[in-house]
Design a protein around this ligand. Structure first.
Ligand SMILES: [Zn+2]
Length: 481
């Protein structure tokens, strides 16, 4: 039976709801993606899986529950969650309505992010610091990640001379660079000891002298000039996953210069709790609120409305184009489209996004109703800058999946939790999904959206994107019939 992973050891808040006091935990758990694994005894209580892909959960455990053992009927995590839900309804009906509603947004419109308290709602403090840490990372400023063994971290991509000096001033131990195992093996030009499992992080010890921004960039970016520094593999620190996640959330290459930091690190550097970093994506994903809408007729759909959703943390907005009255249909056609500046706007022939976008709108118009979600998840969640780097690697012979991995990213970094939140907010929870991607269906189902059917959405190859489409079918399991 696996133990709980990072983030769960310490309750992040205590909330009294109805007659019961709960400890609020959030973090990354080590359960496999299918989540069909027994849950550790410490989690007995009330819980809800937030994001099965990033494996982040928020759990509410009654404070009276210390080490209750799960009975034989608890079985799998999924069954466990259902039992926990039943138990919760028994404990406090009012809280059950709030927390267990199929609209996950209710949990996460939390006071700490919005900046003003709502009595009785769980507060996941620290989101504000994480948002600031993301900005500092993008600006090339070191950040302190606090935990049992605190780290000073600096993204290799944005490190400049001033940032390196500030980093050295806060470091109390030797520097190392954290990379994905695949990128580390490429830098070392030999296999690394750390596993190649998703989420694994490799650490390379850096020389004490001679570190330059250009050298660090070369370590991070296979498309930049390579310096050839002498490096050796070492053990990653406990907060390695939080450091890499911070880089990814900043849409920077997942390569972090890190060193041990003392408890009295310079006050000029922003400090953030490692647990807050790990819990952040799930909080941001579920915090979307509907902020504006207007009638926007488009060429393919005269009867269309555009609804904007904004995450409470100030992150990127997502949009829903409603064609006809999908909320009145039994199971309307839904398309989840990740924004693609090159394909949607420029008409790039490297992918099939533009034709998919327009074909989706035409099909919804033909049916009389549908929802097109336009998600700010460029490049399967790696951002436009990294997508361009991946294109450069593809021009050297890698396919789209291997190019992402060579840069340190997973094949698909998206979470479909925000899409599920938007559909729930629109009152569309029973859908037919226009997709070739079976993973989208599984993720939506995991977030409470009932997918009654998959509707194929294949686009013919154009002579440029043939290999790209072939890779999606062969290596991503897309169904291009
Ligand atoms: Zn595209």
């Amino acid at each position: 039976m696996p133990a709980l992973g990072q983030g769960f050891q310490i309750p992040r808040a205590r909330r009294t709801l109805g007659a019961t006091t709960y400890n609020v935990f959030a973090g990354v758990h080590p359960l496999p993606r299918a989540a069909e694994t027994q849950i550790a005894p410490e989690t007995a209580g009330v819980s809800r899986l937030r994001d099965p892909i990033r494996r982040v959960s928020v759990l509410l455990v009654p404070a009276c529950c210390r080490r209750a053992t799960l009975g034989p009927g608890w079985g799998t995590l999924g069954a466990c969650f259902r039992r926990l839900a039943d138990e919760l309804r028994g404990i406090d009906a009012a809280f059950g309505r709030y927390f267990l509603s199929e609209t996950p947004v209710s949990m996460m419109q939390t006071p700490s992010i919005a900046g003003h308290g709502v009595p009785g709602r769980p507060s996941l403090a620290g989101g504000r610091q994480v948002r600031r840490a993301i900005q500092d990372a993008r600006a090339g400023l070191p950040v302190i990640i606090r935990g049992a063994a605190s780290l000073v971290v600096l993204p290799a991509e944005t490190a400049n001379e001033a940032g390196l000096a500030a980093f050295a001033g806060a470091a109390t131990g030797p520097g190392m660079i954290l990379l994905s195992p695949l990128r580390a093996a490429s830098v070392l030009q030999q296999p690394v000891a750390v596993s190649q499992q998703p989420g694994a992080v490799a650490a390379l010890r850096l020389p004490a002298q001679g570190l330059t921004p250009a050298c660090l960039l070369g370590l991070a970016d296979p498309t930049a000039p390579q310096d050839g520094a002498a490096l050796a593999e070492t053990t990653p620190p406990p907060l390695a996953a939080a450091a890499i996640l911070l880089a990814k959330m900043a849409k920077l290459l997942p390569a972090m210069l890190v060193a041990a930091a003392s408890g009295d690190a310079p006050a000029s550097l922003l400090a953030v709790a490692g647990d807050d970093v790990l819990a952040y994506p799930a909080i941001a994903d579920a915090s979307l609120v509907r902020v504006a809408e207007a009638v926007v007729p488009v060429a393919e759909a005269a009867d269309a409305r555009l609804v904007a959703f904004r995450p409470a943390d100030g992150g990127l907005e997502h949009y829903a184009l409603l064609i006809g009255r999908p909320e009145e249909a039994a199971a309307p056609l839904v398309r989840i489209h990740s924004e693609c500046f090159t394909g949607d706007v420029l008409g790039s022939l490297r992918c099939d996004c533009g034709p998919q976008l327009h074909q989706a709108m035409r099909r919804m118009t033909a049916e009389g109703a549908g929802v097109l979600l336009y998600m700010a998840q460029e490049g399967r969640g790696i951002g436009l800058v990294n997508k361009l780097r991946a294109y450069a690697l593809q021009d050297r012979g890698l396919d789209t999946l291997d190019a992402n991995r060579a840069l340190g990213w997973a094949a698909d970094e998206r979470s479909f939790a925000p899409a599920a939140t938007m559909l729930s907010a629109l009152g569309v929870t029973r859908i037919r999904l226009l997709t070739n991607n079976p993973d989208k269906m599984a993720q939506l189902a995991a977030h409470g959206i009932e997918v009654t059917a998959r509707v194929s959405h294949a686009i013919a190859a154009n002579g440029v994107n043939d290999a790209y489409l072939e890779t999606k079918a062969r290596r991503f399991g897309h169904m291009l019939e």
